[in-house]
Design a protein around this ligand. Structure first.
Ligand code: URA
Length: 238
């Protein structure tokens, strides 16, 4: 297998990024810095070190996408474009799926993987993984909204939300909400329970992973090794 393919399939960098790193001496193959990544290696018996980290072939891929409006967070849809359509063909082939859903009009951080077990654990309510959003609303939120969110908002259908952190902007017409659960339209319904309406919603954090502001809406990148490790840690935390 070509070295650049090996590196990109490991999910640590695209071929282009790998070529750039190799030029700077950051790709070591069996102890030797290699600049030409078109060379072939035997994946079963070659030691590849990428930017100081030993990598071995992994069947799993992890991607961060800055989701734009208008895309559904599903792998298929009969009418609407899906987030998968924002990925290049070689990634789409790897059967990635979104870790949790965002509404069609919600933008921001979306993690995609083909590691079903990890995704399942991260989304399980037992694991209390934090998801942080930035929102704006039609009207200022009332005094005491922060405490209401902390003690648990009751939605129109009677569901009692888990404790959530609300940090408002000075004008109280928007701010940050951190949830540890993910019910359908949860933030829109929490704000609606205060007779108000969400006018924009962006996810900015999932567990310890922060939306990379270097990505424009619709752009993606591989998660770094540290980010993957932090997801694994979040999935082990109860
Ligand atoms: N809450 C919502 O209302 N919508 C989302 O997309 C995410 C959280």
């Amino acid at each position: 297998m070509r070295i650049d393919k090996y590196i990109s399939e490991f999910g640590i960098a695209s071929r282009k990024e790998a070529a750039r790193v190799a030029k700077g001496g950051g790709v070591i193959v069996d102890g030797v810095a290699v600049k030409d990544l078109s060379k072939h290696i035997d994946p079963d018996c070659t030691r590849v070190i990428f930017l100081g980290r030993e990598i071995s072939y992994s069947k799993f891929t992890y991607v961060m996408l800055n989701k734009p409006e208008g895309y559904v967070s599903a792998t298929e849809d009969s009418k609407l474009p899906t987030v998968i359509e924002l990925l290049p063909e070689e990634l789409a082939k790897r059967e990635l799926f979104p870790v949790g859903r965002l509404d069609r009009d919600t933008v921001g951080l979306m993690i995609l993987t083909n590691n079903g077990q990890l995704a399942h654990t991260l989304l399980s309510p037992k694991h209390h993984v934090e998801k942080e959003y930035y929102f704006t609303a039609d009207e200022p939120l009332p005094a005491g909204a922060e405490e209401t969110f902390l003690s648990g908002v009751t939605l129109a259908d009677g569901y009692e939300c888990k404790s959530a952190r609300l940090v408002l902007n000075d004008d109280r017409k928007g701010g940050y909400i951190t949830l540890t659960e993910g019910k359908y339209h949860q933030i829109k319904r929490m704000i609606a329970s205060l007779d108000n309406r969400v006018t924009s919603l962006e996810r900015i954090r999932f567990a310890d992973i922060i939306l990379d502001r270097g990505l424009a809406r619709g752009e993606w990148r591989y998660l770094t090794g540290d980010e993957i490790a932090s997801l694994e840690a979040a999935s082990n935390h109860k």
